[in-house]
Design a protein around this ligand. Structure first.
Ligand code: SAM
Length: 240
């Protein structure tokens, strides 16, 4: 769940303590009695773990999800309640060029690469080199390796020139300091019939904050195409 490399390079004892708690909770879930092993119990535990990890980030860039919790973003439990294929099936077709903004460890990028097929392309963009490295290691030597292009962006500049059919921004928008500027750039690289799916965590982004993001999107000329349901989340599909 957490890479050896990250564990070996980590000297922060608080992180080690919290990770240990996370690992214990994670592995105790399958062993829990069936009465406790309900979806609600598992989700509650997962979110609790995610939050204590976020709280103890200890220092820099506290608005950005740290590389050290990448394992919490890509695992079986999450796939059970946020299945990428189910979430994306109405948006991605074979041959498309799609953008995974704030891809993190690539929980969505990998499924997106399978969905676009051999003729398509996924541009996986992240601010943090460490996240891109995890994704790079994950796809190395697999059949989807050549379908995923990794790109390190800046906080307010995505910096790609390719036009894309679909943009996913999953659990990352609240980490962007200048959302309006970011949305303008997304709009400029989106093909005329393209969709943007923004999903934010309910436990972290209030209804009002999400509405502010949508308002900024409308101010730059994007329109709401759909309000999809994504478990534990607030979501919107935007169009040009
Ligand atoms: C909570 S993680 C979500 C990762 C992934 N989308 C997922 O759902 O598994 C947020 C990610 O967004 C990235 N991020 C934050 N601000 C960003 C920005 N301005 N541009 C690109 N990526 C950003 C972080 O580095 C982190 O990998």
């Amino acid at each position: 769940m957490i890479s050896n490399e990250l564990l070996l390079t980590d000297t922060n004892s608080e992180f080690v303590r919290v990770r240990f708690e996370f690992v214990v909770i994670y592995f105790s879930i399958p062993a829990a009695p069936s009465r406790l092993h309900s979806t609600r119990w598992s989700l509650g535990t997962y979110l609790y773990s995610f939050n204590i990890l976020k709280r103890t980030m200890g220092g820099k860039n506290i608005h950005v999800c740290p590389v050290q919790i990448a394992g919490g973003l890509d695992n079986r439990i999450r796939k059970f309640f946020q299945n990428p294929e189910k979430i994306l099936k109405n948006h991605i077709e074979e041959g498309m060029i799609v953008l995974d903004l704030g891809c993190g460890p690539g929980f969505f990028s990998v499924e997106m690469a399978k969905m676009v097929g051999k003729s398509g392309e996924v541009i996986a963009v992240d601010l943090q080199e460490g996240m891109l490295q995890i994704l790079k290691n994950k796809i190395q030597g697999t059949e989807i390796e050549n379908r995923i292009k990794l790109h390190k962006c800046q906080e307010d500049i995505i910096g790609i020139s390719e036009k894309v059919d679909f943009v996913l921004a999953f659990y990352m928008f609240h980490e962007v300091p200048n959302q309006k500027k970011f949305l303008e750039e997304i709009k400029s690289i989106l093909k005329p019939n393209g969709n943007i799916l923004i999903v934010e965590p309910k436990f972290h982004v209030s209804k009002q904050a999400f509405e502010v993001t949508i308002k900024k999107a409308e101010e730059i000329g994007l329109i709401i195409a759909e309000i999809p349901k994504v478990l534990l989340s607030r979501a919107v599909v935007l169009k040009k």
